[in-house]
Ligand binder design. Structure first.
Ligand code: BES
Ligand code: MN
Ligand code: ZN
Length: 492
């Protein structure tokens, strides 16, 4: 999508453009709508348009003006950045199939911060993964390819939008990765796409199976050994702090490019969803993209554990005992509890090599978190109240919801194994699957290191969209949350 900030409408009339103005609750129109005279207000009343959030009304308003889209913006005194973002998204969705090529979003009368945030809303709402729709009829494709934001201080708004544009680019990168099917996006291809990010200062290293074997990553490698695709560990580094040698913060992502369950194979129904079992790694990659894109003043490391979990003559069997990089042995009782094996080694490697200030990991780790929290909230598990508090604050500020879950120490013995140091699942019927998975990960976190784990299995893929910034499909949930954590904790 093409985006421009202008101080007066450039493509305001004619069939190629549609002009959008805001209306607040009660039908009062934003100052930008004054030019319409009483026409729009009278029409709006006739159509029971109240200005409630998400309402839109497409009005033909005479020869010179072309058409005007009136967008409900909710109560005027509650209209802030989140509302500006949503209003722009609703405007985009209402305009995208009208045949107009340009959406002129008239935000005169609003601050440049609100105009910038509206641009983010249009940007995120316009995301569409259509790479493989080779026969889609032109009239089925969205017609709007350009959004013009009209703002009193267009130059100021554009400046205010620069960081948000970098954030949007990161979210789009994540959504693209998560949307790709597993025949296209296997570990080496994922790594290649990360290497292809051309942002100066963003360093990318890729380790293959031989190097990981050298390092003793028997847990991660056990997951990938049934696949024809080589497992990869990707290390992304961005050193943007004033002291480029300062201790970094770290993000670690589960990147299971496809999860069949392995020998503990999953049922056929819905298995296609497991193409997005690399969502955690996708978020880490998109986050690093965003941080580097906006030159964040922080030193950050991103680690992606990339594997494919397949049943095969060489696959790990239930009952196998593997040795992780930490030295701890793991009895693999269910090969479908594979994400924790990948993270065990990725987390250890991260601590061993980078001695980070804290680690946040993200993983589509358990079906149980969907049962607990549904499709809107991610599960937060942490050994550190300060880090958990910062994440909750970032969540409230950014609107990506998380809920802190308990990690009762007494549950930990459920993953003791009689045959190895730890087993990868508890006894059948134990319940609390997401908690036990988090307790498993905690065994690979060194004493005293602040750590948080986000179980994003429920929020990574939206089957239904209820917010224009999160269309159906890959959500990118987590990129904004963690970008905000960095901004508030290191750049405020
Ligand atoms: N990738 C799945 C979890 C998942 C399920 C993500 C649904 C997204 C949607 C994970 O690897 C898995 O299979 N977990 C098992 C763990 C069990 C075997 C202890 C699960 O949740 O059933
Ligand atoms: Mn699994
Ligand atoms: Zn999985």
């Amino acid at each position: 999508m093409d985006l421009a900030f202008v101080s007066a409408p450039q493509s305001a009339s004619g069939p190629d453009a549609i002009r959008a103005v805001l209306a607040f609750d009660g039908g009062a129109l934003s100052p930008a709508a004054d030019a319409l005279g009483g026409v729009a207000e009278a029409l709006a009343r006739a159509f029971r348009f109240t200005g409630a959030k998400g309402q839109t009304l497409d009005l033909p308003v005479g020869a010179g003006e072309g058409r005007v889209l009136v967008v409900g913006a909710g109560a005027r005194d509650a209209f802030g950045p989140a509302e500006a973002e949503a209003a722009a998204g609703y405007a985009f969705n209402a305009a995208k199939s009208t045949g107009a090529r340009t959406l002129v979003l008239d935000l005169r009368g609003l601050s440049r911060e609100l105009a910038a945030r509206a641009a983010l809303g249009a940007e995120l709402a316009s995301y569409r993964f259509d790479r493989y729709l080779t026969r889609e009829k032109p009239e089925k494709k969205p017609s709007v390819t350009r959004v013009e934001i009209v703002a009193d201080d267009a130059a100021g708004a554009e400046q205010a939008a620069a960081n948000l544009q970098a954030l949007a680019a990161g979210v789009r990168f994540t959504r693209d990765l998560v949307s790709e099917p597993a025949n296209i996006l296997f570990p080496a291809e994922f790594a290649r796409r990360v290497q292809a990010i051309a942002i100066p200062g963003l360093e990318v290293e890729v380790l293959g199976e031989a190097q990981m074997a050298e390092l003793g990553m028997g847990a991660l490698l056990a997951v990938g050994q049934g696949s024809r695709r080589e497992s990869q560990l990707v290390v992304m580094r961005w050193n943007g702090a004033d002291d480029a040698t300062a201790q970094p913060i770290a993000f670690v992502g589960k990147g299971v490019c496809f999860d069949t369950g392995g020998i503990s194979i999953k049922p056929a129904a819905g298995m296609e969803d497991m193409k997005w079992d690399m969502g955690g790694a996708g978020v880490v990659a998109g986050l690093m993209h965003a941080l580097a894109g906006r030159k964040a003043k922080v030193n950050a490391v991103g680690i992606l554990g990339l594997v494919e979990n397949m049943p095969d003559g060489n696959a790990t069997r239930p009952g196998d005992i593997v040795t992780s990089m930490s030295g701890q042995t793991i009895e693999v009782l269910n090969t479908d509890a594979e994400g924790r094996l990948v993270l065990a080694d990725a987390l250890w490697y991260c601590q061993d090599r980078f001695k980070p200030r804290f680690i946040v990991d993200l993983a589509t780790l358990t079906g149980a978190i969907i049962i607990s929290l549904g499709a809107d909230l991610a599960g937060l598990f942490s050994n550190d109240d300060a880090l958990a508090g910062d994440l909750l604050a970032a969540s409230a500020a950014e609107g990506e919801q998380i809920w802190r879950m308990p990690m009762p120490p007494a549950y930990d013995k459920q993953i003791d194994s009689p045959a190895a140091d730890i087993k990868n699942i508890a006894a059948p019927g134990a319940g609390g699957g997401s908690i036990l998975a988090a307790l498993f990960l905690q065994r690979f976190i060194g004493e005293g290191l602040p750590w948080a784990h986000l179980d994003i299995a429920g929020v990574t893929w939206r089957k239904k969209s209820d917010h224009p910034s999160y269309p159906e499909g890959a959500s990118g949930f987590g990129v904004r949350l963690l970008n905000r954590l960095v901004a508030d904790r290191f750049e405020a």
